[in-house]
Write a protein that binds this ligand. Structure first.
Ligand SMILES: Nc1ncnc2c1ncn2[C@@H]1O[C@H](COP(=O)(O)OP(=O)(O)OP(=O)(O)O)[C@@H](O)[C@H]1O
Ligand SMILES: [Mg+2]
Length: 511
């Protein structure tokens, strides 16, 4: 039993406050050798903070920490990594315009690798092979899908030979296959005499990967359990203190009007390759069109093209009977299109700007929020407060920079802002990733409310449960085009899974 193994990490009585609120309140936590220990809890409950203390990003007000039995106290963030505690952050820290290799080498102590570039490359390749990673070391990081970036972050830690690997929300953007792959990698890492701390909101994944699960609620440790001893329901109850019953109400659709028409759309990826290839489809008012697919099949590029964030190479987009193909992102907002992007940190928010400015992004140009040429800041702040209230955004104060929000609360900020923008078409990409069970339920209901009130929604998601529970019609995207578009209910998960790997609809019908 892993529980009987010696401790790699012990944290005792850790307390840390921000502006008078305890983000961590007298927390005990330990990690055993060879163990994968999951940390669960609602958004803003102190998971990332606790790990930031373990890695020296923050200094606790009280509490003690031990690494392999010896007391540790980091003076600066680099110290933790030096002794063998490494973290892959919720918000990646890679440098986009450098290659994978350069990112991995960057900051490595020179005495570790007295090697030239090709020798280093060889060594890193050996690490990659040992843990079954397939990553192109010469690729520019910015051009990689988010799932691959994450592998690069993990590889970066492995090359540094950490004993303790912390991964914060690693599976939120991964497909099922990528998640399976990651689980294998983490198990392998743990089995080689290391320990892994795994933070995730995905209960199924947590229960598959973890040896033990510790649940935090409002900054406190509410218990450590074995996955085989608790159901997902019980875990959710530990997290929020009550039972979550999700119910999504779908009203019947009345007369629908075509609101979006896409014809023969061609869009390039960052690499200049054809990412969306001769794609045509329509979206109607009062419907959710779910787009299922393995990530990297053009979904992100499609969302960007629909919202004016990526150039259309060929083809046409009509919105409310007007051609908007060449409209900029700003013009599309005025046209009535909202966008919840996959990359919420780089695209969704201006992190250094205040929380209220970020919440006001969609409305500040409206006459009612201006006084002549000036902004009516008071009114915008009021508006921001209302969204915070409605979407239950946990935040330290609206004048603080948005980047101080926890991962899930940042996502709630974007969702609240976009939904409240009174648009007519909502392009939502992975809208619930990184959200806890309660917030996920709330967001799914909000999306359904949009549809029930006659708005149109394009929902891009890697989560087939989400696609099934919300969509009216489902499109399966493969290599830049739709394999098929059908009414929700026509095919089951297994059949859609086949289409996602490129099987044509006719073949599936015959089976
Ligand atoms: N540097 C900071 N300054 C002010 N407040 C902070 C800072 N870092 C975290 N907080 C606050 O501490 C609380 C806990 O945040 P933390 O990031 O640890 O939550 P989390 O459990 O990781 O949530 P999520 O699941 O959303 O990522 C939040 O209310 C957050 O706003
Ligand atoms: Mg977090």
């Amino acid at each position: 039993m892993v529980q009987d193994h010696p401790n790699l990490i012990q944290m005792k009585g850790i307390t840390k406050s921000f502006y008078g609120t305890k983000a961590n309140d007298n927390i005990d936590f330990d990690l055993k050798l060879g163990e994968i220990h999951a940390l669960l809890g609602e958004n803003g409950t102190g998971k990332t903070t606790l790990m930031n203390i373990l890695t020296g990003v923050y200094f606790p007000e009280s509490g003690k920490m031990y690494f392999k039995g010896k007391e540790i106290s980091h003076k600066f963030p680099g110290e933790a990594l030096k002794i063998g505690i490494g973290m892959v952050h919720q918000r990646f820290s890679l440098i986009g315009n450098l290659t994978v290799l350069e990112n991995i080498i960057l900051g490595l102590p020179s005495n570790k690798f007295h090697l030239n570039l090709s020798e280093r490359k060889k060594l890193i390749t050996e690490y990659a092979e040992k843990y079954n990673f397939s990553v192109d070391l010469d690729a520019i990081v910015d051009k990689l899908p988010i799932g691959v970036k994450q592998k690069v972050e993990i590889l970066k830690m492995l090359v540094r030979e950490v004993d303790v690997l912390i991964v914060d929300e690693p599976t939120t953007v991964l497909t099922k296959q990528e998640t399976d792959n990651l689980i294998e990698i983490l198990k392998k890492i743990a089995s080689t005499g290391k320990g892994v701390i795994f933070i995730s909101h995905k209960m199924k994944v947590v229960r598959r990967v973890a040896d033990r699960i510790t649940v935090l609620r409002k900054g406190k440790n509410v218990g450590t359990v074995l996955p085989e001893e608790v159901s997902s329901h019980e875990l959710a109850k530990m997290m929020v203190g009550r039972i979550i019953e999700s119910s999504i109400e779908k009203t019947s659709r009345d007369s629908q009007k075509k609101i979006l028409q896409v014809e023969n759309l061609h869009v390039h990826s960052d690499k200049g390759l054809l990412a969306v290839d001769s794609l045509s489809f329509e979206v109607f008012t009062g419907e959710i069109l779910g787009i299922a697919g393995v990530s990297g099949n053009g979904q992100t590029e499609l969302a960007e093209a629909l919202t004016g964030n990526r150039k259309v190479r060929d083809g046409k987009i009509w919105f409310k009977d007007r051609v908007i193909t060449d409209h900029s992102a700003m013009e599309r907002i005025d046209d009535g299109i909202s966008y919840i992007p996959a990359d919420r940190v780089n695209v969704g928010v201006a992190g250094q700007r205040s929380i209220w400015e970020n919440l006001g992004l969609k409305i500040y140009r409206k006459a009612e929020y201006r006084q002549g040429y000036l902004l009516n800041n008071k009114k915008i702040k009021n508006y921001a407060e209302q969204i915070i209230e409605k979407y239950d955004i946990l935040q330290p104060g609206i004048n603080f920079p948005a980047l101080l929000l926890s991962g899930g609360n940042l996502q709630k900020l974007i969702i609240g802002r976009e939904i409240e923008a009174e648009s007519e078409l909502y392009v939502c990409v992975y809208p619930t990733r990184g959200l806890d069970v309660g917030a996920t339920d709330f967001v799914r209901n909000s999306i359904m409310d949009l549809r029930n009130s006659g708005k149109a929604v394009v929902l891009i998601s890697g989560d087939l449960d989400e696609i099934f529970s919300l969509s009216d019609r489902i499109a399966v995207m493969f290599e830049g085009d739709f394999v098929s578009v059908f009414e929700n209910g026509k095919y089951d998960i297994a059949q859609i899974g086949l289409m996602m790997s490129g099987h044509p609809e006719e073949k599936i019908l015959k089976n």
